[in-house]
Design a binder for this molecule. Structure first.
Ligand SMILES: C[S@@+](CC[C@H](N)C(=O)[O-])C[C@H]1O[C@@H](n2cnc3c(N)ncnc32)[C@H](O)[C@@H]1O
Length: 347
């Protein structure tokens, strides 16, 4: 298994064979979604198709989305086995409602998102996610937009500090950004191991340290390159628009930045806001989602023991009410303001 950024959903590699992706919290996700014959569920993060397969096995139809063309190509066998019950679409989950409408569905019974990179993406050095396998410094899940190398080579030092500090939750972000800015003057970064070495030089590495020092910097770049927080926020609004009353939304996340967005969304949409004693004039807002289980659900002890990646997983889910969707106001989440870096890099 290649070292890389936290949240591939679990992988095992047979002796030198291809990396297999083990879906995380599959039983809990299936229970939350209640798949059955006659229901249509959007799997917004198809990956290796672990969730989609389980939903198809229970008789549901699935609209499977992934922005990675390789994931969609690899879904061909599953498509052959399930025919019309599986629709495979290369696209971004932020537009999952439009994708469903284009596929002929005005409303669906479920939406599931399993956020992050897949084990296959992490394992393939040429995708550029790994700080242990040398590859081009890329990190794009889809094929377009600026790569991690573009960000590292072009972003102004202050913005780079903010990206690494905020999205990587890296306390030494300013020192790392300073060293990157110095190094790139001599030669632009092109390879993952060049960047990993620079970060390791800044932070050092104690013997026996479990986590590679470049973990947080790579995580930050991956999130920035793929606009992951914004994509997740927009996908939650899109799910609200496309779910039928009684439809279910289930989201699995792997770190606090993502989980906070899902938590805030459900808190806001479950009628918690409005009508408070501090704002007596505000009308109570009717719930858009009901949450039978309010807190985050974690992987079972057995799963966490057998699959280390499940240890950080959190599942939150809710049931859509019949109240019309609210406006998609991304300010709800207070996402980090990295606009200047985005304008420079994501033209
Ligand atoms: C953790 S894997 C999903 C694994 C899947 N649940 C399974 O059981 O095999 C996440 C997948 O989501 C895809 N992805 C990430 N962000 C996306 C986005 N904004 N739109 C569409 N797909 C995305 C990635 O390319 C990756 O294949």
């Amino acid at each position: 298994m290649a070292g890389g950024i936290g949240n591939a959903s679990g992988a095992s590699s047979g002796a030198g064979g291809p990396v297999l992706h083990i879906p995380v919290m599959l039983d809990e996700v299936v229970e939350a979604l209640c798949p059955a014959r006659g229901k249509t569920i959007i799997d917004g993060t198809f990956g290796a198709g672990g969730y989609s397969l389980a939903l198809l096995d229970r008789g549901a139809s699935v609209i499977a989305i992934d922005q990675d063309p390789t994931a969609i190509e690899n879904g061909v066998e599953l498509k052959q086995a399930h025919g019309d019950r599986l629709t495979l679409v290369e696209g971004r989950f932020s537009t999952l409602d439009q994708i469903a409408r284009d596929a002929g569905h005005d409303a669906v019974d479920g939406v599931v998102l399993d956020i992050g990179v897949s084990s296959m993406q992490l394992d393939q050095a040429e995708r550029g996610f790994s700080f242990q396998k040398d590859g081009p410094l890329d990190m794009r899940m889809g094929g377009s937009g600026p790569s991690a190398a573009d960000i590292v080579n072009r972003t102004e030092r202050g913005d780079l500090t903010r990206i690494i500090g905020i999205l990587g939750e890296e306390r030494q972000a300013s020192r790392i950004a300073a060293r990157i800015a110095e190094a790139r003057q001599e030669r632009p970064f092109t390879r993952t191991l060049e960047l990993a070495a620079v970060v390791e030089k800044v932070l050092g590495r104690k013997s026996g340290e479990r986590i590679h020092p470049a973990t947080r910097t790579f995580q930050a770049l991956r999130i920035f390159v793929n606009r992951e927080l914004e994509e997740l926020a927009l996908a939650l609004f899109a799910a609200e628009r496309i779910l039928k009353p009684g439809g279910r939304l289930a989201v699995v996340t792997f770190h606090s930045l993502e989980d906070r967005i899902v938590k805030q969304f459900f808190a806001n949409r479950s009628g918690a806001r409005g009508g408070s004693r501090h704002l007596p004039e505000a009308k109570p807002v009717s719930a858009r989602f009901e949450q039978p289980i309010r807190g985050a659900i974690k992987a079972s002890k057995d799963e966490a023991e057998s699959n280390p990646r499940a240890r950080s997983a959190k599942l939150r889910w809710g049931i859509r009410t019949d109240a019309p969707p609210l406006e998609a106001d991304i300010d709800l989440f207070g996402l980090p303001n990295l606009k200047s870096a985005q304008t420079d890099n994501h033209a």
